[in-house]
Design a binder for this molecule. Structure first.
Ligand code: GRF
Length: 210
């Protein structure tokens, strides 16, 4: 596995996306080299420990504003891509620019709709018929980087934020590993400031509805 595409996955909570990323390592030919969390007690860290993946936890309220010590861990483990999978803090600008176009995030909405929190409830409140999740590159604007992939689901009349969120999470578990694989295979690539998919400019998100 030493030549494979190496990931650093950031989590803050239950880590079900991390679990799906770990389970699909062999299928998609990438390797989770490091898991980082701002919560030492995050339940999702068990998935990493059970798979013998190194874990690094840190206290968010520290004096190193650019998280240089986290940057060093990522470099030491030779990570090619940082994946935010349920990481509930906004990364500092200095950290993001140190890994320009090398950080992706999964967000539970059809961006650019519903940036930020409570996306499922907003879908219910606005009586939307369709909901979804997006994987995007991370830049300095919250949930505002270039969208790579999306998945969508129908909203049922009796849906609550909980039922909708659970159904969407199931889709996220395919969407994120698929997206990582596209980047690892160089099918999704930045050239200067433009994103390409299979050598064509990526205008609209790639859709994965499985
Ligand atoms: C997911 O819905 C993800 O889109 C959002 O946070 C949730 C994380 O869930 N950013 P989990 O920790 O992967 O179970």
């Amino acid at each position: 596995m030493s030549n494979s595409f190496k990931l650093c996955v950031f989590i803050s909570g239950s880590g079900s996306n991390l679990d799906s990323i770990i389970k699909k390592q062999a299928l998609h030919n990438y390797e989770v080299a490091l898991v980082v969390s701002n919560k030492a007690g995050a339940k999702g860290l068990d998935f990493a420990k059970n798979a013998s993946i190194p874990v690094f936890t840190f206290n968010w309220d520290n004096n190193d504003k650019d998280l240089t010590f986290v940057q060093n861990q990522i470099k030491q483990h030779g990570c090619d891509l940082i994946v935010l999978a349920g990481f509930m803090r906004i990364l500092p600008k200095g950290f993001i620019s140190a890994f320009e176009n090398k950080i992706i995030n999964i967000h539970p909405s059809l961006l650019p709709k519903y940036k930020g929190l409570h996306t499922h409830q907003q879908v219910i409140d606005n009586k939307d018929k369709i909901h979804g999740a997006s994987v995007h590159f991370v830049n300095a604007e919250l949930d505002g980087g270039k969208i790579i992939t999306q998945t969508s689901i129908a909203v049922e009349n009796n849906d609550t934020a909980e039922t909708l969120g659970a159904r969407l999470l199931f889709r996220e578990h395919s969407l994120l590993p698929h997206t990582i694989a596209l980047i690892g295979q160089n099918r999704v690539q930045w050239q200067t400031n433009t994103l390409y998919f299979d050598h064509n400019k990526l205008i609209n998100p790639i859709i994965f509805n499985d």
